[in-house]
Design a protein around this ligand. Sequence first.
Ligand SMILES: [Zn+2]
Length: 249
Amino acid sequence: MDFTLTKYRALLLSLRDAEYQFCLFRDYKLSDNVGKQVYLRHDIDDRPENALEMAIEENRVGIAGTYYFRNRKHIFIEKIIRRIEDLGHEIGYHYENLADSKGDAVFAIDDFRINLNRFRAVADVQTICMHGSPYSRWNNLDLWDQYSYTDEEVILEVFRDIDYNGSMYLTDTGRKWDSGRENMRDKVASSIPHSFQSTDDIIQSIFTLPSKLFITVHPQRWTDNSVLWIRELVMQAAKNVIKRKLIRH
Ligand SMILES: [Zn+2]
């Protein structure tokens, strides 16, 4: 079975065996690009309790990553956010203001500031990452055509400030690693292409991967609980059909 916490742990351990150093996005601009580096990004689109489970798992094997939380009632759970930060991970804001405001940038920037402050009351938030909002016609990144997040003391936006040249970008979007057909907005330019399907494919190639990796996971997808695992499998298969249709039109 793929997309279980057990499989995820195997991936982490193989990265560690291959001597990758685990980096946080807030340190991206300070990093010296020496040696092998992996940036672990977690997009918390749903089920924050799964994120906590993952955070505990990573902490157990001595690894830290970055957790981007959406500002949604069932996701912004203060206790969980604090706990994840206490485990040594970075917390960031997974924003979607332009989709929420249906393209009204004035409303969106206001909403962004309010939510950012809400996060900052709980954790040390320095970096942000747009939520892909696959069902919305608005691209959340477009907010920055009119406004600047540096004015809000945000030091990095994951899709705007990172040079993906010469690196490999791996994302579990659509509950697969080769999601070209379903991936709407979660993509980056100039990363080295790959055709991994399963997590085992990645693990088997771990020693041949480039020295810089960006791995994005959605914790709600990774579970050892068989009921949740099947639920996620069925839901994601349905979503992928819709997304393929949206991309075609
Ligand atoms: Zn997202």
